[in-house]
Design a protein around this ligand. Structure first.
Ligand code: PRX
Length: 634
């Protein structure tokens, strides 16, 4: 089960091997897992259709590998620690045996509600241990889970349920987030008005609200598990059977369902977890992400549990009850690996060092970041005040579509450079391409980041629309997977991610398509059209700046404020609070070319506060509008 590389020299050897003999390399790793039926081929692929298959004809169940196979040697080891929102509440600690029993019990409950292999189940839950149970129970019986982050609106959930044609929703009455409680069941009820595919809703009692239950459809969690056996044989799945769908934003208005499968995802989640975090048997590992995002899937649930690790889940927020909470929790549980987002570090930095300096943080060995580029100032703060200059920082670059970490340091093994993700993991073959799609081979260059060879956890398709998968990822540069990111490679071959080169904005590490936000804004009746761009934001990395054209342009300050509030409200309704535009500027028109295309470059420069760098505006239909936009910039 130990898949760990132990030195940088060994990394280099393994990397070379993974390129010269990828099948042999992955076979060595994959065969350490428990297969119900051995695979007869390691990989078959082409990036044209695309069609990528790993561990062909193998049969496996990821939960058998994440739970059952540890029972003999690690049955009494802690699998999951849960730290509640309220520090006065008791933490939950479940051993592998306990987690196994709970997953089996809930898997039986799902079966009793007629959930079968291949059925889609949407999970909209708080960060509580039952969320992990629900995810694993689906995987156990071969149902396809699709976790929707519990900050999305009814409208956004409905979109995802409809796209997945989900048969069941698992939710809770509400959730605790800092000093607030947020309803969930009510939001689900609203969403389900437009979702006839959903037959059953299981509701966990998290905050004690006793929500209204719909007869024949809604079942309290406790009732669903009553009398269920605590043993449930894992369903044998084909390697390439769907494990989960996770929706993510792209450059079009509609989020897409990224599909991951049992075999390949399992192998890569475990391999990358052990190597990046250099996890050792008695370590306590904590990733602060939400399971609603890919980071939570791969590095709270699957990667750690597949590796027999102790993984921690946190219900709360970094600033509750005070901005020292992360560090208090690290000391309380003796956390060894700590994995968080740059936005959280920047937010805590703003409260000053005192909150972190009052904790010892002695147990920490490896720190990690994910989701967006980390600026040098935040990197140094993290390194000095949290890591006490003794912990390596792994800056992990990857995506929902890649399933696992692609470019990153490996704990203390790799050289470190602030703001650089570093070197690719073994098995990962990144290239930088120029405008024409030609590979730039030298170092000290910049280009479009692509992959020229598949890895086991690459997305297989976008649910229900394979053509969209092809067009989005495999059509820009023939024979390559295109990441949508730009990157630099320094003189030593280390990668630094610059950011998205498409119409995707990364707000606090969360992805939104500009078209998705524009659609939401345009849903407001006062809006004629809008254009959204990202701009640098001290804490969030990028903020959302919206230029809005209204039928009647609001003029006086109070009318402007009312119109802004209305538009924000519409975005919250359509997507959720996480997509709120930070700035809304009302304009009489948008800068368009003669063919009607919005010139976002201009809007971006204005939003970035660089109106003197607009470049060539001669192709604009109405150049006057630019002057107005520059004058009214926020
Ligand atoms: O632009 C890159 C950025 O986040 C995008 C992927 O977003 P998502 O699928 O939501 O997954 C986030 C968590 C894996 C990437 O295309 N990104 C992610 N990690 C980094 C990053 N940018 C710079 N440095 C990173 N370490």
């Amino acid at each position: 089960m130990d898949l760990k590389i132990n030195s940088f020299d060994e990394y280099k050897e393994q990397y070379a091997l993974s390129v010269s003999d990828p099948d042999g390399f992955w076979d060595n790793i994959a065969k350490t897992f428990t297969w119900r039926r051995p695979y007869d081929k390691v990989c078959e692929w082409n990036f044209d259709e695309p069609s990528v298959k790993w561990f062909l004809n193998g049969q496996v169940n990821i939960t058998e590998n994440a739970l059952d196979r540890h029972l003999e040697t690690r049955g009494n080891k802690l699998a999951l620690i849960w730290e509640p929102n309220d520090p006065k509440e008791r933490a939950v600690r479940w051993t592998y045996r306990e987690l196994h029993a709970k997953v089996c019990e809930f898997a039986n409950a799902l079966k009793a509600q007629d959930i079968n292999k291949g059925d889609r189940v949407v999970i909209y839950m708080p960060m509580i241990p039952e969320l992990t149970v629900a995810v694993l129970a689906c995987a156990r019986i071969g149902a396809v889970h699709s976790v929707v982050f519990a900050g999305f609106s009814a409208h956004a959930i409905a979109d995802r349920i409809q796209d997945a044609q989900a048969k069941m929703v698992i939710t809770a009455d509400g959730l605790n987030r800092g000093a607030k409680q947020v309803p969930l069941k009510r939001v689900v009820d609203e969403a389900l008005q437009a979702c006839p595919s959903v037959e059953k809703v299981i509701v966990y009692d998290c905050v004690g609200w006793e929500p209204k239950m719909v007869d024949g459809r809604d079942i309290p969690w406790d009732q669903a598990i009553r009398g269920m056996a605590k043993d449930c044989p894992p369903t044998a799945m084909d390697s390439e059977d769907m494990l989960f769908i996770l929706y993510t934003s792209g450059s079009t208005g509609k989020p897409k369902g990224v599909v991951h499968t049992h075999g390949g995802y399992m192998v890569y989640a475990a391999y990358s977890f052990q190597n990046v975090f250099q996890y050792e048997e008695s370590d306590i590992y904590w990733c602060t992400a939400d399971i609603g995002w890919i980071t939570g899937h791969s590095y709270i649930v699957y990667g750690p549990l597949l590796s027999g690790a102790t993984t921690m889940m946190f219900e709360g927020v970094p600033t509750y009850p005070d901005p020292g909470r992360f560090w208090q929790v690290c000391d309380k549980h003796g956390v060894n690996q700590f994995y968080t987002a740059p936005t959280a570090i920047r937010a805590l930095m703003a409260y000053g060092e005192d909150h972190v300096l009052s904790y010892s943080l002695d147990s920490l060995k490896v720190l990690g970041t994910v989701g967006e580029p980390i600026n040098e100032e935040a990197w140094r703060w993290y390194h000095i005040h949290v890591g006490k200059e003794k912990c390596p920082i792994v800056d992990t670059w990857w995506q929902t579509e890649t399933g696992g970490i692609m470019i990153s340091g490996l704990g203390h093994l790799s050289p470190m450079k602030p703001a650089h993700a570093g070197y690719p993991l073994p098995g990962i073959q990144p290239v930088l391409l120029d405008q024409e799609g030609k590979e730039i081979k030298e170092n000290g260059v910049e280009g479009y980041l692509c992959m020229k060879y598949p890895w086991p956890s690459i997305l297989r398709t976008t649910y229900g629309d394979h053509e969209r998968c092809r067009v989005t990822y495999f059509s820009h540069y023939k024979g390559h997977y295109f990441t949508g990111d730009g990157a630099k490679r320094d003189e030593n071959g280390m990668y630094r991610i610059i950011g998205r080169v498409d119409d995707v904005i990364n707000v606090s590490g969360h992805r939104f398509g500009t078209a998705e936000i524009e659609n939401a804004i345009n849903a407001n009746g006062i809006v004629v059209e809008s254009a959204v761009v990202g701009y640098p934001h001290d804490i969030k990395g990028q903020g959302i700046y919206a230029y809005v054209v209204c039928e009647d342009l609001p003029k006086d300050p109070s009318a402007i404020e009312t119109a802004r509030a209305e538009i924000v409200e519409t975005v919250v309704e359509q997507i959720g609070k996480i997509a709120k535009p930070e700035k809304i500027q009302f304009v009489s028109g948008l800068p368009k070319t003669r063919s009607g295309k919005i010139m976002r470059r201009i809007l971006r420069k204005v939003a970035e506060g660089e109106p003197d760098k607009l470049g060539d505006t001669s192709t604009l239909l109405d150049p006057d509008v630019v002057e107005e936009i520059v004058k009214g910039a926020l």
